[in-house]
Design a protein around this ligand. Structure first.
Ligand SMILES: *Cc1c(COP(=O)(O)O)cnc(C)c1O
Length: 362
């Protein structure tokens, strides 16, 4: 028998979630954001699931963008951080990639590219995130330069929201855009998942949902399921040992958990080398043999322990859902002081992946 851990990626869930996004913004075209290996789900897999419906894909790794184009996808493929150096113009032209231009340096890289190249540029303005984007006062000149550059084809206006998932929202950033001159004729692409879900005024011509495609809510205190999404990744394993503890006995490295009463402890074949967060404390939710319970003690490299005192039927071999179906990754992340994004992206290479949900597609 092989080590029992596995991640199941449900391609039907991905398609369902994309369709949910599309229903929310029916007149908006969507870039499915597949950066970071499609948030840990596998970019080739996510692209295969969504290629028939995604208006575009957005990511930031050149090699992945090229592979996506070579797989036969004909829609827009956007590089969210744009060019890292002028050499990459070659690939952009060859594979018809769209590029974000967020810095004067990147405008320079486009000078001297051969006329008629019709490069699809997404001009990014910093409206308060203060990460990437031209300053509002640089916008007019940048736009004029791009318009005058005979290598540039279409130009789309981009910005990114800092608090679309929080009470303060997006208005303060939209106000910055409203003060810019010359934006009206440009197609707009502003919304991430949170803005797409909460702020219809941001939908515009294009949007860039990421996390919601994977079935995860961008909002704290809420799970994707509550907003009609289905988890695309389920991380499962099994108990490989079960033991009884007497009151006062401890569990694992550092002996950070002490049984107050008699307890039954299950040992799960999953640890931080599989992508489970080491900082998940005692009490992190887990599903054992279909029953919700919690982790106990420190997560180690290859194992973690769970309390199965209340799950007497759970013996060696009992199935465990670390996150996904029946145990939302949002809840696990919350307990571990992080976000679902980080857990999904961290799925380790060594975890075997099973793919479901495309059976009726071919
Ligand atoms: C990652 C990313 C997105 C997607 O954000 P989600 O919160 O996952 O929907 C959109 N736009 C940019 C620029 C990004 O980097």
């Amino acid at each position: 028998m092989t080590r029992p851990i596995q991640a199941t990626i449900d391609l039907a869930a991905l398609r369902h979630n994309y369709d949910v996004a599309k229903k929310l913004a029916p007149r908006t075209r969507l870039f499915a954001v597949v950066k970071a290996n499609a948030y840990g789900h596998g970019i080739e897999r996510a692209a295969r699931a969504l290629a028939d419906r995604a208006d575009g894909f957005a990511l930031l790794e050149m090699d992945a963008a090229v592979r996506l184009r070579e797989s036969g996808y004909g829609g827009r493929i956007a590089l969210l951080e744009g060019l890292f150096d002028a050499q990459e113009v070659k690939e952009v032209l060859e594979h018809r990639l769209s590029i974000v231009v967020h810095h004067a340096e990147q405008l320079h890289m486009l000078r001297g590219v051969k006329a008629g190249s019709a490069i699809d540029v997404m001009l990014k303005v910093n409206t308060g995130m203060n990460r990437l984007g031209l300053q509002p006062h640089e916008f007019e000149n940048a736009l004029a330069e791009l318009r005058a550059n005979p290598a540039v084809g279409s130009i789309t206006l981009l910005t990114h929201f800092a608090q679309a998932d929080e009470p303060r929202g997006v208005t303060w950033q939209l106000d910055v855009l409203r003060r810019l001159r010359g934006i009206e004729p440009l197609p707009h692409c502003f919304a991430n998942s949170a803005a797409l879900l909460r702020y219809p005024e941001t939908h515009g011509d294009w949007a860039r949902p990421g996390i919601m495609l994977y079935g995860v809510s961008p909002f704290g205190g809420e799970t994707g399921r509550e907003i009609g999404l289905k988890p695309a990744m389920t991380l499962e394993s099994r108990l490989i040992a079960v033991r009884e503890l007497a009151p006062g006995e401890t569990v694992g490295y550092g002996a950070v958990y002490t049984a107050r009463n008699r307890a039954r402890i299950g040992v799960v074949a999953c640890g931080y080398a599989d992508g489970y967060p080491r900082h998940a404390p005692t009490g992190t939710p887990v599903l054992v043999a279909g029953t919700p319970t919690q982790t106990v003690g420190r997560v180690s490299m290859d194992m973690l322990c769970v309390d199965v005192t209340g799950v007497p039927e759970a013996g060696v071999g009992a199935p465990v859902v670390l996150w996904g179906k029946g145990n939302p990754v949002e809840r696990v992340a919350e307990a571990a002081g992080t976000v679902g994004y980080e857990l999904l992206c961290a799925l380790a290479q060594r975890v075997p992946v099973i793919e479901v949900g495309m059976e009726n597609q071919q």
